[in-house]
Design a protein around this ligand. Sequence first.
Ligand code: SF4
Length: 248
Amino acid sequence: MAERALDRIDVRPAYTVEDAAAYEARFAGVPAPEMLRTLLTGELHGGIAAVSSFGTESAVLLHMVASADPATPVVFTDTLKMFPETLSYRDTLVERLGLLDVRVIQPDPALLAARDPDGIRHSYDPDGCCDLRKVEPLARGLAPFEAWISGRKGFQAGTRRALPRFEVENGRLKLNPLADWNKAALDGYFTAHDLPRHPLEAQGYLSIGCAPCTSKVKPGEDPRAGRWRGFDKVECGIHRPMEAAPPP
Ligand code: SF4
């Protein structure tokens, strides 16, 4: 009797840290717009999404993505705690940049009913609230993709200063095209491309997340100092906190 062929499921991760290091070396010194154009129209086409909060600096990355390929999927997690200004800014940018595939992901209603029925979990357990409203929905949104693009910048806070341009998390390639961009470069890009600003930025909100957990930034503070003020929390769980770079 002929031997039965065995089905094999390939459980290897799509990407390894060696892959990330190879990308880092290959694109060393290549400007972010060119790097994105190469990858979004080349080997990562169809398997990559951009993740955006439509916050104060999101327009820069989204403009680069739209310029490379406006059909690139953009995943937006609507925690149901967003500023209304963020939602209207999202609509403005989608229209202005011609983004063709924006996917809005919201928290699971059953999980919300079980773990945050009154909508106040952020006030006593922000980590649990972020898990429920950001981490789980984003995991669903990113499930179809092997790679994603983040808008993180190294200058935003001390915990992000050692940010590489390519990372691997859970076998998925993560691109941080703006890792080495500073505030002046971002402002220059806004001006050069006449990009609209988030309506709350002029009021002193320099890093914008959910309404209950975002406050204005005072002069001299890190741009992200207004996030989760009063809590020992620097990231929402989507990005793991990184060690600060050692002093020179
Ligand atoms: S930022 Fe605040 S409101 Fe938003 S998910 Fe996290 S804890 Fe909840």
